[in-house]
Design a protein around this ligand. Structure first.
Ligand code: RM4
Length: 260
């Protein structure tokens, strides 16, 4: 078990990549605190999504709590850590995963779309990392922070001018936190998912031509699955990555390197 009896916080943990991270962590022996935030996407029926992930983790013989909160608000991170410590006594791993990508053209993008994306993806990552790192420092036994950045930290997207800078920022945040927190034995790394089939991009990929274009560009010939990313997060969170900090790991099927 790579995370035996570790306590793992996952933001955005009820759906998509975050849900896979929560399950993969529990399968490796962790207890999990799942952050989630209501949204207008009723396809999951938020309560059912949250209840089902908690139930799946408990069926593995592990404990789980669900804590609602918008990571864009600074207090959410500190409340999430407080509730986690209240339930499990400590925090060993933070998966700073919550993020949104409302695809939108650049020239007519409303300020609200830009500002909300920055607030959730970048501000949220900063605040929850700060809260978890303070708890880890107080515990005195180190810890691991793994942020979900993106291939979009390295390359652009015409409909993602608001989103790609936030993913570049998350990547850079982990690099600087690795320096700031190394003295406390807290490792900070990021994963860079490529095109992973989740509800984040379901609408975008519902365009058959777009989906075929993306699949053709990926050397491994398929879109990623959430668990493809989760396995890499578990590795970076585990003691197998004990000498890895400030690093980033592309999880993209070869998409980034595929020029021709
Ligand atoms: C990723 C990448 C994918 C997109 C998701 C939403 O960073 O751009 O292609 O589907 O974001």
């Amino acid at each position: 078990m790579l995370l035996e009896n570790k306590v793992v916080i996952v933001t955005g943990g009820s759906r998509g990549i975050g849900r896979a991270i929560a399950l993969a962590s529990a399968r490796e022996g962790a207890h999990v605190a799942i952050n989630y935030w209501r949204d207008n996407d009723q396809s999951y029926g938020k309560a059912s999504a949250v209840e089902s992930i908690v139930g799946e983790i408990e069926s593995l013989g592990r404990r789980a709590i669900a804590v609602e909160g918008n990571v864009a608000e600074r207090e959410t991170g500190f409340e999430l850590v407080r509730r986690t410590v209240e339930a499990f006594g400590r925090v060993d791993v933070l998966s700073s995963n919550a993020g949104i990508c409302p695809f939108h053209a650049f020239l007519d993008m409303p300020p609200s779309v830009y500002e909300t994306t920055v607030a959730v993806n970048l501000n949220g990552a900063f605040y929850v990392t700060q809260a978890a790192a303070n708890q880890m420092k107080a515990q005195g036994t180190g810890g691991a922070i793994v942020a979900t950045s993106s291939i979009s930290a390295l390359v652009g997207g015409g409909m993602q001018t608001h989103y790609t800078p936030t993913k570049a920022g998350v990547h850079s945040l982990m690099q600087s936190c690795a320096i700031a927190l190394g003295a406390y034995g807290i490792r900070c790394n990021s994963v860079m998912p490529g095109t992973i089939a989740t509800d984040l991009n379901a609408e975008d990929l519902s365009d058959a031509d777009k989906r075929a274009y993306m699949e053709k560009r990926i050397p491994l010939g398929r879109l990623g699955a959430p668990d493809d990313v989760a396995q890499c997060v578990v590795f970076l969170a585990s003691d197998r990555a004990r000498y890895v900090t400030g690093a980033s790991l592309l999880v993209d099927g070869g998409l980034f390197v595929n020029l021709q």
